[in-house]
Design a protein around this ligand. Structure first.
Ligand code: TRP
Length: 367
């Protein structure tokens, strides 16, 4: 039998599998999200069997008293994905709370991760600091890192496209998969990760895939683009607002003949938003900018505005259409279809897991 991918991929044996996800704690996608992950997903959905997960259960780790907000954000994320161009006929949208196998796997996997290792997870530690969680966070907060292993492994993916901030979680997930395959599937502890699945392991050992632009600077030119820092260009800003925000950027450069810094915020945007479609033009801009070859900041801002607005215009249009009763109905249908497809795979994984763990006593069908 020839199989081109490494995953036990029942849905589509030709394509390797991908899983990634977002937590609905916030609304308002911006350009940082686009170049950090959404763009990557758009490119991947044609080549891979993709699963995009909405971690709505995880949202309760910090917003337990705001179920309305979590629900609205959950719907908002599906709309955002559709508007950006993620296509539910190519990819599977997974609503975490409707996939019981994820919750069950979380409990089993919790036995394979040392407690102290979870508590030392650097991503969790950073979150506790930046969100000011202090000593007050619930038990479920560190638990979500174990849950994330289950989100991923339920779909037995080969790749997990994420931002740099998630690397510690993916590492933990790899540890769980390695340990599971060794403990319950008889995989030798000297077997290299990439051969685990071929040597009897239930799980391929997934790898993180980091986006093209790991950190997009905000229009303040200093901090990472972020809603809370007020330095973001949102995907649904009007064309006028996009240009206005770009025009606010300051570089300290005095004239078009002054040699400019090719690493400043404007040039980073040129790379991110002109370089993607037209690398030759981006290189030309940078060359002239560095040489002080009569290329003013104002001109660059104008050209950037055009490139960014050309990218965003179709998204704005699609997002608007979704803000109607028909759009709302479509979102619910997309969720329902995704849940059905996702449960088929996750239930298959769970039954493989239970068999390997010798707890395969029952059988069930989830519709
Ligand atoms: N923790 C991720 C974030 O906040 C979201 C997430 C949940 C996720 N489950 C996942 C990402 C599984 C990748 C894979 O961004």
């Amino acid at each position: 039998m020839t199989q081109t991918n490494t995953a036990a991929n029942s849905g589509n044996p030709q394509r390797a599998r991908i899983l990634t996800g977002d937590t609905p704690t916030n609304t308002g996608l911006h350009l940082g999200h686009f170049v950090g992950s959404l763009e990557n997903r758009l490119a991947l959905q044609d080549q891979y069997d993709c699963y995009f997960l909405i971690a709505n259960v995880h949202a309760f780790t910090t917003l337990a008293e705001k179920p309305d907000q979590i629900r609205a954000n959950t719907i908002g994320i599906v709309k955002d994905w559709l508007a950006v161009g993620l296509d539910p006929s190519k990819s599977t949208f997974v609503l975490q709370s409707e996939i019981p196998a994820i919750a069950e796997l979380t409990f089993f996997f919790a036995m394979l991760i040392p407690f102290n290792k979870v508590m030392r997870n650097p991503t969790l530690k950073t979150e506790i600091e930046t969100k000011g969680l202090g000593e007050t966070y619930p038990f479920g907060f560190p638990m979500y890192a174990v849950g994330q292993c289950a989100d991923i492994l339920a779909f037995r993916p080969d790749l997990v496209p994420v931002g740099e901030d998630q690397e510690a979680h993916i590492e933990m997930c790899r540890d769980v998969a390695l340990k599971f395959n060794q403990l319950y599937c008889g995989v030798n502890n000297r077997t290299p990760a990439e051969r685990h699945h071929l040597e009897g392991g239930v799980f391929p050992i997934p790898r993180a895939k980091i986006g093209r632009v790991a950190r997009l600077v905000g229009i303040d030119g200093v901090n990472k683009m972020s809603k809370s820092l007020n330095n973001a260009i949102f995907l649904y800003d009007s064309a006028k607002d996009v240009q206005k925000k770009l025009n606010k950027i300051t570089t300290g450069r005095q004239s078009p003949t002054e040699p400019g810094d090719v690493n400043n915020v404007l040039m980073q945007y040129v790379e991110a938003f002109i370089g993607a479609g037209d690398p030759a033009r981006a290189a030309e801009i940078k060359r002239r900018y560095a040489a002080g070859d009569n290329l003013g900041d104002g001109h660059v801002k104008q050209e950037l505005g055009e490139a960014i607005n050309a990218l965003l215009e179709p998204m704005r249009k699609r997002r608007e259409k979704l803000e109607t009763p028909e759009g709302e109905a479509m979102v619910h249908q997309v969720i329902k279809d995704g849940v059905r497809k996702a449960n088929a795979v996750a239930e298959e994984t769970l039954s493989m897991v239970k068999k390997a763990m010798k707890v395969d006593f029952g059988s069930r069908v989830i519709g």
